[in-house]
Design a protein around this ligand. Structure first.
Ligand SMILES: [Zn+2]
Length: 85
């Protein structure tokens, strides 16, 4: 994951709360007759070129780049109050 700001392109209200969705692969052995699982191996993470990010506000999920691009298009405005107004 990149150290860049995210902004949800769907609800456009969330820059803070996200899930990262990771795919795991876990091999197992089955008994050919009964169908019962006889052996489980340790799960391994499937390496992905780009992580899938999910917005925790609206549950939209998409490539990390979509969230980064949206944050670049609409950067967070620095809301320092002006003392003259
Ligand atoms: Zn959202």
């Amino acid at each position: 994951m990149q150290e860049k700001p995210y902004f949800c392109p769907n609800c456009r209200s969330n820059r803070v709360k996200f899930n990262v969705i990771t795919s795991y692969s876990q091999s197992f052995l089955k008994d050919a007759l009964s169908g019962s699982i006889t052996e489980f191996h340790d799960p391994g993470v499937i390496p992905e070129p780009e992580p899938t990010i999910q917005c925790l506000i609206c549950n939209f999920s998409g490539n990390e780049m979509r969230f980064i691009k949206q944050a670049e298009r609409e950067p967070r405005v620095n809301t320092t109050p002006t003392s003259f107004l």
